[in-house]
Ligand binder design. Structure first.
Ligand SMILES: [Zn+2]
Length: 210
């Protein structure tokens, strides 16, 4: 006897947790002959085909405007997911959400070039891959010696400079970016909190301040 499982439960796990999403996914399965009306369970054997079918037809998104826009552009039918962790764009990730909000704030405040001083190599890499496509980004190792001239050129180049004090950052390096003329000081934000989401949230707050 082959194993099977509840269609509703399986759809919920995939992210079709909302009743209307579930009904649409179910109708798709019925049209493809993978189940029929009134049937409660589906054999495990059919699941890979069923999954490819519904995920190929629908783009599950969390409702975040950026995620919804990507769903609209995907060529698949956008559907609100539940749980949010099944979002096809951000996976419900806090970092991803913070990145999206930050990029939106940058757009509305004409921030095109960003300098981040500090952070671990892994986190600087994450910032590069998340923000590098949308912004000019210099992610600077806060543990490496940097000259005054290089720092000054970073400050002139950037629209926004984030000094990430909650992370790997030597005092000598941070001073290069914080002991500067008031005109430049205005684009420099010191953030003491750890984590990408907290860093970017502090930057958004700074940009929104009048
Ligand atoms: Zn999302």
């Amino acid at each position: 006897m082959s194993a099977d499982q509840s269609i509703d439960g399986w759809l919920e796990k995939l992210g079709f947790g909302r009743p209307e999403a579930q009904a649409l996914a179910r109708a798709t399965l019925e049209r493809a002959g993978l189940t029929r009306p009134g049937k409660q369970r589906i054999s495990n054997e059919k699941l890979p085909r069923a999954e490819a079918l519904v995920l190929g037809r629908f783009f599950l998104h969390c409702g975040n405007p950026e995620c919804e826009a990507e769903a609209q552009a995907s060529g698949r039918q956008p559907l609100l997911c539940e749980p949010k962790s099944r979002c096809g764009r951000c996976g419900g990730s806090d970092n991803r959400k913070a990145e999206v909000a930050f990029l939106e704030a940058c757009r509305s405040h004409a921030v095109k070039r960003l300098v981040v001083v500090g952070g671990s190599p892994a986190v600087r890499e994450e910032l590069e891959s998340a923000l590098g496509g949308a912004l000019g980004l210099r992610a600077i190792d806060g543990t490496e010696r940097r000259t005054q001239d290089r720092a000054r050129s970073d400050l002139e180049w950037a629209d926004l400079v984030l000094i990430w004090g909650g992370s790997e950052l030597h005092h000598k390096v941070s001073l290069l970016y914080t002991q500067v003329p008031p005109a430049m000081r205005r684009k420099v934000v010191s953030v003491a909190k750890r984590g990408v989401a907290a860093l970017l949230a502090a930057a958004v707050e700074h940009l929104r301040r009048p």
